[in-house]
Write a protein that binds this ligand. Structure first.
Ligand SMILES: [Cu+2]
Length: 216
């Protein structure tokens, strides 16, 4: 693994030399003021500075008959593997426009990754387990983060300059919410953004309750 280490060192030196990194911290709440987990914040820069090279491969696991993580953000062009860590078979699919695909009944990890080459929301399901629900959100920038249970996220080490900040959440209505913001970042600045958005109630197929298990 000599080569990846070397390229990481080059990036670190570059940032230290220019001091150009800024940070953006966000807090996202719903219409009742409750913290919203799984909101995706992305910074889009015009020009080449906002594009990474070839994105690394990523994984959307299936663990205990759930997609893990619930929301995975990837840069356009990212190959995503779907490792099944359960001892039963899953049948993963999506009918979403940015990527329609199907991984027929399998155990282990299908050899070929799925490449997500269009931006937008890809909703995942499993033919066998109706309650399984996950999302892959495809962005055209390397600068993004997902909010945690406290509704907070930090996009760290972003370039100074003007960025368009976009927000997405699996349960928001993208047509009625106007969340895009322009943000001018100076060197070493930490900007704070607060959002309050309306979200739909979560609709999920109920999972059969298990003794001592999580309830759905
Ligand atoms: Cu399944």
């Amino acid at each position: 693994m000599r080569w990846p280490r070397f390229s990481f060192a080059v990036v670190a030196v570059f940032l230290a030399d220019t001091g150009a990194a800024a940070n953006v911290q966000v807090k996202v709440v719903d219409h009742k003021g409750e913290p919203l987990q799984y909101a995706v914040i992305a910074l889009n820069y015009s020009g080449a500075s906002g594009k990474a090279g070839r994105p690394d491969r990523r994984a959307m696991d299936q663990i205990d008959k759930e997609f893990v993580p619930h929301v995975l953000v990837v840069e356009k062009g990212t190959p995503v593997y779907f490792p099944n860590k359960d001892d039963i078979r899953h049948h993963v699919y999506s009918f979403s426009k940015p990527k329609e695909f199907e991984l027929p009944l399998y155990k282990g990890t299908p050899a070929k990754p799925v490449v997500f080459d269009k931006t937008g929301e890809v909703k995942l399901g499993c033919n066998i387990h109706d309650w399984m629900l996950g999302y892959i959100y495809v962005v055209d920038t390397p600068y993004f983060a997902v909010t945690d249970a406290s509704g907070k996220a930090v996009v760290a080490n972003v370039p100074a300059g003007t960025a368009t900040v976009t927000l997405w959440h699996p349960r928001m209505n993208e047509k009625s919410e106007k969340t895009d913001r322009k943000l001018s970042l100076t060197v070493d600045q930490t900007a704070s953004l607060n959002y309050q958005i309306k979200v739909r109630k979560e609709y999920r197929v109920r999972r059969a309750p298990r003794a001592g298990g999580r309830k759905y």
